[in-house]
Design a protein around this ligand. Structure first.
Ligand SMILES: *Cc1c(COP(=O)(O)O)cnc(C)c1O
Length: 370
């Protein structure tokens, strides 16, 4: 028998060679193994998770749902979509559920993009946007940021006949910036009707007075897709539940791409119950405002530059980002390195409990020698 031919005949999609690898916040267990510390000694303020954990109502519902996991989940998420439709004042035909809102981003890319198309996004945007764009063979058109936030007029000017999608995150991750309401509404009206505006509202529940784009969906606007998630304020990042809100014909297209069981049975039960937990939401919201103020006051006192944030994290300029990030990690505080976002002098800190915030600040000061 001839020796097996191990030279690779597989041809990977050449785009893969050009893609960055998404760098998530480091898991507590991984850092604990590396440092030889107990996991309980480590805090993670790296992925904008809810420091109070999942809603107790969601936990109870999920424990109950465990007993039914011999059954396939409802492929249409009937109860979750019904509850969302009622809460948002839209039809269930306006809703698509995703395995995290990351999956909604992917559905939209697959529904709209062909090789050679353009996709407009901002400098310092969510890292997933350029990845899904390139995977579709389309070109990310990156518009320089203004004061670390979106420059919407410049993004409009970047639209070409080949543009199919504009990504806007409001508030933005990783910078926490918010576009003023009037400017946002003007922009939404100016986006050409053949371009989809994908408004990523992952942090919208943290705002005091959120710009409400739902009336536009209700009145039948065709080129707007809002995206929200249970990963942030609802404290269910590990469950993977997000959703898109858009015109019924676009949603019907996304539904064809969606695999029927993308939301598992436990996730559907947990998300549904979390929607009802106003107390958990309220507590998280209040803690977040206090935590943002805590960090902003501290950074002012330390004369560290920061970007005022409307979300549940804050970007702060610490000089040698990699060194400070690593030093804080040695002290058991995981934050997020921003080098991958071309912000090598900055780290991003998620708002924790008051005790976690104090510990994080102490670690930062120690590493900076202050
Ligand atoms: C966290 C985040 C998401 C949501 O991710 P999930 O997949 O729902 O966990 C989406 N967009 C932005 C900008 C985010 O920061």
């Amino acid at each position: 028998m001839p020796p097996p031919d191990n030279s690779s005949a597989l041809k990977l999609n050449p785009v893969l060679a050009t893609l960055p690898v998404y760098q998530p916040g480091r898991p507590i267990e991984e850092v604990a193994r590396e440092l030889g510390l107990p996991a309980a000694d480590i805090i993670k303020l790296a992925s904008n998770e809810n420091p109070f954990g999942p809603s107790p109502l969601a936990l109870a519902a999920m424990e109950k749902a465990l007993r039914q996991t011999n059954l396939y989940p409802d492929g249409n998420a009937f109860y979750l979509k019904g509850a969302l439709a009622q809460k948002l004042g839209v039809e269930t035909a306006n809703l698509a559920v995703g395995n995290g809102s990351n999956e909604i981003i992917e559905f939209a890319a697959r529904a709209l993009l062909a090789p050679g198309d353009d996709v407009v996004m901002s400098q310092f945007c969510f890292a997933v946007y350029p990845i899904v764009t390139k995977m579709a063979g389309a070109n990310p058109v990156v518009v320089p940021a203004k004061d670390y936030g979106h420059d919407l007029p410049a993004m409009l000017r970047a639209v070409t006949p080949k543009t199919k999608i504009i990504f806007v995150a409001n508030p933005n991750n990783p910078t926490g910036t918010l576009v003023p309401r009037a400017e946002l509404l003007r922009f939404v009206e100016q986006v050409p009707s053949n371009v989809l505006l994908l408004m990523d509202e992952a942090y919208i529940e943290f705002l005091e007075d959120a710009p409400d784009l739902l009336p536009l969906i209700r009145s039948g606007k065709k080129n707007l897709l809002l995206m929200r998630t249970f990963s942030k304020i609802y404290g269910l990042a590990g469950l993977r539940v997000g959703y898109g809100i858009g015109p019924a014909d676009l949603i019907a297209g996304l539904e064809k791409i969606r695999q029927p069981f993308n939301l598992n049975l436990i996730a559907q039960a947990g998300a549904l119950a979390a929607l009802e937990d106003a107390e958990h939401l309220q507590r998280t919201h209040a803690n977040n405002l206090a935590g943002l103020k805590f960090y902003e006051d501290a950074f002012r006192a330390l004369q560290l530059e920061f970007v005022p944030s409307s979300a549940n994290f804050i970007l702060v300029c610490v000089g040698e980002g990699q060194q400070v990030w690593s030093g804080m990690q040695q002290l058991g505080v995981i934050t997020r390195l921003m080098a991958g976002y071309q912000l090598p002098k900055w780290i991003r800190i998620s708002i924790g409990t008051p005790a976690e915030n104090s510990r994080c600040l102490a670690a930062l000061k120690k590493v900076l020698g202050r």
